[in-house]
Design a protein around this ligand. Structure first.
Ligand code: GUN
Length: 297
């Protein structure tokens, strides 16, 4: 447990999420073309933003821009923060019934006063490109198909670039969220990794992390994972993204890991440019999957 020879960031082997995501977007664009040629219309994605959370505005803008790149038709619904829950449910019913809409994404978090689980449960499971509907959650945990949440899917694709066989690997997931921690644990279990899910109440987290062949850091805690938490040769996936202010007043984005201390890791995802672009690319590929399922039905 020493920091005496803290490596420079240049020594850290980075997994280029931006490049891998660009490949997936291109592959998705080709599939969109095939679907459009065969069925006369490209897949359609509806994105709903309620309120004006600044981070959500950025994410929704990026999702729409990537749809355009892949040739997916996108429909954007921007609703005021005081939108009535009933009106949102009625919009979902309308989109559920619209054959031109293959995927529905409700950007989270929703404003206070709207019951997120009521809203997410209203989306037809076949159009639930976020994979948050209980039917899709159940399918994921029983390993029986369904639409899988985008960030965990993207994490697996990044890991697949450096890991061929997960059987018996020790994976420590930091964070037990429904969006990342729990679903990625299910995907890793499917590959027969030994998965430890940790959270805010976990004791001796650095000691547990140090046992890991793979760490998935999804705590939303800036630079939580330090160099001495990581065993030499481990692979580290950094899901966090937080804007911090340095002592000189400048701001920058950091992840859940102190990346510049991870020169001894086998590979690390950068922030930004790691998991984030994969999440959006997987949203596009989920939309194509949903479109295929609808057309084959
Ligand atoms: N907010 C943060 N991450 C996500 C996500 O993956 N999907 C949606 N809909 N909202 C989010």
């Amino acid at each position: 447990m020493t920091n005496a020879t803290a490596p420079s960031p240049e020594q850290v082997r980075l997994i280029d999420g931006k490049a891998i995501a660009a490949q997936l977007v291109e592959q998705t664009r080709q599939e969109v073309e095939e679907i459009a040629a065969a069925h006369g219309a490209a897949p359609g994605l509806a994105v709903v933003l309620v309120g004006s959370d600044p981070a959500s505005e950025v994410y929704v803008g990026r999702k729409i821009a990537q749809c355009r790149k892949a040739g997916i038709r996108s429909v954007e619904h921007r609703l005021p923060a005081d939108t009535d829950e009933g009106a949102l449910l009625a919009l979902i019913d309308e989109m559920n019934a619209d054959p031109a809409i293959d995927g529905i994404l409700i950007q989270l978090p929703l404003p206070k006063g709207i019951d997120a689980s009521l809203v997410l449960d209203r989306i037809l499971p076949g159009k639930d490109v976020d994979g948050f509907h209980p039917v899709n959650v159940g399918r994921l945990s029983s390993g029986t198909g369904g639409l899988v949440p985008c960030t965990p899917l993207g994490i697996m694709m990044l890991l697949d670039t450096v890991i061929a066989d997960y059987r018996g690997l020790n994976v420590v997931v930091i964070g037990k969220s429904n969006i990342v921690g729990k679903p990625v644990s299910m995907l890793l279990l499917e590959r027969e990794a030994t998965v430890t899910v940790t959270h805010i109440e976990t004791r001796n987290l650095p000691d547990i992390a140090r046992q890991a062949d793979v760490i998935v850091a999804a705590a939303g805690a800036p630079q939580l994972v330090r160099g001495y938490w990581v065993k030499p040769g481990a692979v580290v996936i950094d899901v966090g993204i937080t804007r911090i202010t340095d002592p000189d007043g400048r701001t920058r984005l950091v992840g859940d890991c102190a990346t510049n201390e991870l020169g001894h890791a086998a590979a690390v995802t950068p922030v930004p440019g790691g998991v984030g672009p994969m999440t959006i690319a997987c949203l596009l590929s989920n939309t194509v999957r949903a479109a295929r399922m609808a057309r084959d039905a």
